[in-house]
Design a protein around this ligand. Structure first.
Ligand SMILES: *Cc1c(COP(=O)(O)O)cnc(C)c1O
Length: 719
């Protein structure tokens, strides 16, 4: 399918650590005591891959989407927020050293302070963070506005401008005009190695690699890497001997070198410890402080000769010190996080839904395979993701490359935005004109339910994203498909950004001849309308018509999206559903509860409200802490429903109460308080499917699941 799945890139993650140690080398010159040239090669040439590598990684993950129009602002916003936050912390962390070094005096002159904050960093290594911010923004804007080739060329030009203010500065210096230009540039930033000239091209390279469809074979990559590295070495040594560099961060050959390096690492996929990413960043941020500590320690203990004068030992001391400090910090941060998640994860002691994310991921894969190329999943996560927990489901879907979601109401949409959902959120239901400002503020996409609704939204005066709903026979929401001019007029509303046009089918779940004919007519009406719009020279936005059953029975339709709800959760609406294609979907949700009391009653005693169950023999009754207020249908009372305990089926007896239900566990071995009860899901070899429960309750799974109440705990497995 078109969206690449996010994989575990072990090679890239492990190299982050190497890159961090290379940066430490740049700032400690480990070989300087042995051989100047060797040190030059290590710190001024080899280690120069480190920072570009970090930029490329950011670019790679930021832009791992295929089309430019899919660039969403939220990915960028998250990166910027994180980086700015880190930068803020780092500035504070290094403030004492700034004070000690007397930089504060320089900052009395405001331009100096601004220059440091914006470009050069307030401490020598901190330039990286503002550069990451600038680089990401520039690359993002270029890719948003221009075809990727042009965007890349512009970033390349910026890099070349930078080159002549860096290791090729000796040449510019000899040309009076260039010299003047660079002198002016240096007024803003001490180096051209910054977010404007240096970073964008590497973000762009990362983006290029993320989007490339054909991979170069590993062997070619490695040869390319070796060759370009030799050239870079030659370049570096040559420039050095000619005394051209003002600074030595930027080489021409660094670009092919990085390209091949990244490509080669990219081949190494697999699991890696999650904390690697944070670890390298922490080492990067703290190592200058560790240098100070090591020096202080050496001075205090009189070990200068060993710890400072011996460059190799100095490097090892700083590197291991930084590594140890970073590990301690990661552990502290992780402990905080697990503490938080422990306190969030309640105790599974009453009734809870287990949400299996691996099954969700499996279903996404199966559905993607079933859809034609170019058609993406729009995940329908209305009604708290059919009871599964919308915020977590949407975050997980985003991680596996599903970026468009649909909900029913504006409040559901705002909830998701506030919880950090990125990408497009389409509101399928009606939103009144009074709430248009919220549509704008939260960048939501609104379904317009008829042409009049479109005009109402247009009156707001600021751009609103919409999808046009077309009614093709269901007679629920949507402008009638025959009203071509009315629908065309929506495209003329100057404040409406039409991102999609769609219809909904009302009997696509049925394979009965009459219903198939009706559905085909609906589809035909929809496409006729689209043709009518094309005839009016309207450029069509994204189109979508299938929901779950639309995909299962009409998989051949070529749309931009399929709005998939129930199938994503691995169940069908009913029990004996006949569909054209049968997919291997796996249920995501299991509903579990506990026995709170087990008692034995005599023959003739009754159980529960209305005394509907009367024991005909000595009966063992288990009281289970689930009721209809938890979303378990009351219609499953007496004779309609079962539960599983210890892998055995036990019938529900008496009326289901608001907060409890009772089951007959006579003959089941050793039932006691605290035993786990399965209401939906598997226990041993027995299974109660959501479809069975729904049919027994006289409804469909859609209703059963979406009514699961917020009183349930939700436990996410494999998140
Ligand atoms: C709920 C809904 C869907 C999803 O339907 P499923 O059958 O659960 O896949 C799709 N489109 C619209 C308009 C909906 O309201």
């Amino acid at each position: 399918m078109t969206i690449p799945q996010k994989k575990e890139y072990a090679g890239i993650d492990y190299f982050r650590l190497i890159a961090a140690f290379l940066v430490v080398a740049i700032h400690t010159s480990p070989l300087s005591g042995l051989n100047e040239t060797a040190d030059f090669v290590l710190t001024r040439v080899l280690a120069r891959v480190a920072v570009p590598f970090f930029f490329m990684v950011s670019g790679f993950f930021l832009f791992s989407k295929t089309e430019a129009e899919k660039l969403n602002f939220y990915g960028l916003a998250v990166l910027l927020k994180k980086t700015a936050f880190l930068y803020g912390i780092a500035i504070l962390l290094y403030l004492p050293l700034n004070i000690y070094a007397g930089t504060l005096g320089e900052w009395r002159c405001l331009p100096n302070l601004l220059k440091d904050i914006v470009f050069d960093g307030t401490f020598y290594h901190l330039w990286y963070l503002p550069a990451a911010i600038f680089g990401a923004c520039i690359a993002w804007l270029l890719l948003k506005r221009l075809p990727s080739r042009q965007a890349f060329i512009i970033s390349l030009i910026l890099y070349i401008v930078g080159l002549f203010g860096d290791s090729y500065y000796g040449i510019s210096e000899k040309i009076p005009f260039l010299k003047a230009v660079y002198q002016n540039l240096f007024w803003f930033s001490d180096y051209t190695r910054n977010g404007l000239f240096f970073a964008p091209v590497f973000f762009m390279l990362g983006a290029l690699l993320a989007r490339q469809t054909k991979r170069i074979p590993l062997q070619t990559c490695l040869i390319g890497l070796a060759v370009s590295f030799v050239f870079m070495l030659t370049e570096g040594l040559l420039l050095h001997s000619l005394k051209l560099p003002k600074h030595d961060s930027m080489y021409l050959m660094l670009l092919p070198c990085m390209f091949f390096l990244f490509q080669s690492l990219h081949f190494w996929k697999g699991k890696n410890p999650k904390y690697l990413r944070n670890l390298s960043m922490l080492i990067y941020l703290i190592h200058p402080a560790v240098i100070v500590v090591v020096r202080g320690f050496a001075k205090a203990t009189g070990l200068q000769r060993l710890l400072i004068d011996n460059s190799v030992i100095h490097y090892l001391a700083v590197a291991s010190g930084s590594f140890a400090a970073a590990i301690v910090l990661v552990m502290i941060l992780n402990r905080k996080r697990t503490h938080k998640s422990n306190s969030m994860q309640r105790h599974k002691d009453r009734v809870w839904a287990e949400i299996n994310m691996l099954n969700l991921r499996h279903n996404v894969q199966v559905l993607r395979d079933a859809l034609p190329v170019g058609c993406e999943i729009m995940a329908v996560i209305k009604a708290n993701a059919y009871g599964h927990g919308a915020a977590e489901i949407s975050a997980y879907l985003h991680r596996i490359g599903v970026d468009s979601v649909a909900v029913a109401t504006i409040d559901e949409a705002i909830y998701l935005r506030r919880k950090g959902t990125k990408g497009e959120i389409l509101i399928l239901g009606y939103t009144s004109e009074a709430r248009t400002s919220e549509l704008f503020r939260y960048r939501l996409s609104q379904t317009v339910v008829d042409a009049e609704h479109a005009r109402e939204l247009n009156r707001f005066g600021k751009p609103i994203q919409i999808h046009i709903k077309v009614d093709t026979g269901m007679n629920r929401l949507g402008e009638n498909y025959r009203h071509v001019s009315e629908i065309a007029s929506i495209f003329d509303c100057e404040n409406l950004k039409v991102r999609g046009i769609f219809s909904h089918m009302c009997v696509s779940d049925s394979t009965e001849t009459g219903n198939v004919a009706f559905t085909k007519a609906q589809i035909q009406h929809f496409y006729e309308l689209l043709d009518g719009l094309k005839a009016k020279h309207i450029q069509l936005p994204k189109i979508h018509i299938q929901s779950s059953y639309g995909v299962l029975n009409y998989p051949e339709l070529q749309c931009s999206y399929a709005r998939i709800g129930i199938a994503l959760y691995g169940v069908l609406s009913t029990f004996d559903a006949q569909t054209k294609c049968s997919l291997d979907l796996r249920p995501v949700l299991a509903l579990k509860s506990k026995v709170v009391l087990a008692r034995t009653i005599e023959s003739g005693e009754s159980v529960g409200y209305g005394r509907e169950f009367v024991a005909e023999r000595e009966t063992k009754v288990a009281v289970i802490s689930t009721g209809y207020a938890d979303g378990f249908p009351r219609s499953l009372s007496t004779g309609k429903g079962h539960v599983l305990i210890h892998g055995c089926r036990a019938p529900i007896i008496g009326r289901i109460c608001m907060d409890q239900l009772m089951a007959d566990v006579t003959g089941l071995p050793d039932i006691k308080r605290g035993d786990v009860v399965t209401l939906i899901g598997k226990d041993g070899s027995e299974e109660i499917t959501a479809e069975q429960v729904a049919v027994n309750a006289g409804t469909i799974t859609n209703e059963l699941l979406s009514r699961l109440s917020n009183r349930l705990e939700r436990v996410f497995l494999d998140l």
